[in-house]
Design a protein around this ligand. Sequence first.
Ligand code: PMP
Length: 449
Amino acid sequence: GYNRVLEIHKEHLSPVVTALFQKPLLLHQGHMEWLFDAEGNRYLDFFSGIVTVSVGHCHPTVNAAAQKQLGRLWHTSAVFFHAPIHEYAEKLAALLPEPLKVIFLVNSGSEANDLAMLMARAHSNNIDIISFRGAYHGCSPYTLGLTNVGTYKMELPGGIGCQSTMCPDVFRGPWGGSHCRDSPVQTIRKCSCAPDCCQAKDQYIEQFKDTLSTSVANSIAGFFAEPIQGVNGVVQYPKGFLKEAFELVRARGGVCIADEVQTGFGRLGSHFWGFQTHDVLPDIVTMAKGIGNGFPMAAVVTTPEIAKSLAKCLQHFNTFGGSPLACAVGSAVLEVIKEENLQENSQEVGTYMLLKFAKLQDEFEIVGDVRGKGLMIGIEMVQDKTSRQPLPREEVNQIHEDCKNMGLLVGKGGIFAQTFRIAPPMCITKLEADFAVEVFRSALTQHME
Ligand code: PMP
């Protein structure tokens, strides 16, 4: 029973991971956008694990591809050749612009970003890496140096592994990160951000230049950016900011890395990759989560020159990366995204839902901001629209729990865990989007009573 599960969990599973809900969900089964708990209750999954189940839980095409490969060959390590890896490499490369065509397969987003850091250092002959305040690039000792959100590296004795990371003091939450964003919401109502928002891009660029010239001087190796910050609560950059930042980094010999772990594979709707929404071409792209629809799989894609620079400096190896099973799953995921027009669906249902959620901002004093792109939406909760202080954690948690009890699972993010995150599998319908908005409206109404 449920209580026994709680006991085993407490005794044998590490307390370093906290459950998403106050009363943790014991999940039993999933089908597409639906999850079922052990008692048979049904939930609409609007968080996809954590932005991972891209095409739907246990999607029949992906399951069939996995089963076929399971009966044939699961594993060889990367020192052997097999057809699934070559088929997959060709398919993935076709989705990226030239000269991004050399692929290294790994198993997680952290591993991918670790490798991207090594590449940046090998290629630039420099050491320092820049990431943003509010960034999340992983939890490995190396990537922890790039991660700057929440409590991920609070009090580790002796500090963290990679000390050379500089973080410009930009994109503060709450409210700080969504200035003048390129969002369809603005077409129906006024920009909700601070009066000085239109200067935001120039201010951020000045801060960025400051960091480049003072903190890293001329020794920059690389610059990491999520096209939209995910864990930080769906935080978008001012229009044009990333393009200018890329130019500044390159002028100093650094390479630019797009972390597409959350934003890739069509989730943003208008484009297959998040970097395309900023009109930039990265030197390295890292991807994970949605790439395997929940199967452990990740990739680093770069240019032939950068790949060569790394090979000159070191040998790199990963036992499980690029296994036949992972590649078969990855190929099936790409096929489903294309066959079922899931990128187009993200665009259509995402925009539809964003506009509906945006109305809640007018209806409720505690809804401070609604933002995002495609099926990556953030709803930032505040005490009131004047103070813009984050809604206290207990209140956010209560609303979150109430949504769950009405059959809707959403995520949370941001420095104060004040932002609800909506990132469903890309197969959802407008009817399900309506359901989610109505559940949310009920939870907010209940909260205000
Ligand atoms: N980058 C981003 C943008 C992420 O959101 C995450 C995971 N939340 C990671 C990297 C790390 O991925 P993983 O947990 O697979 O190591």
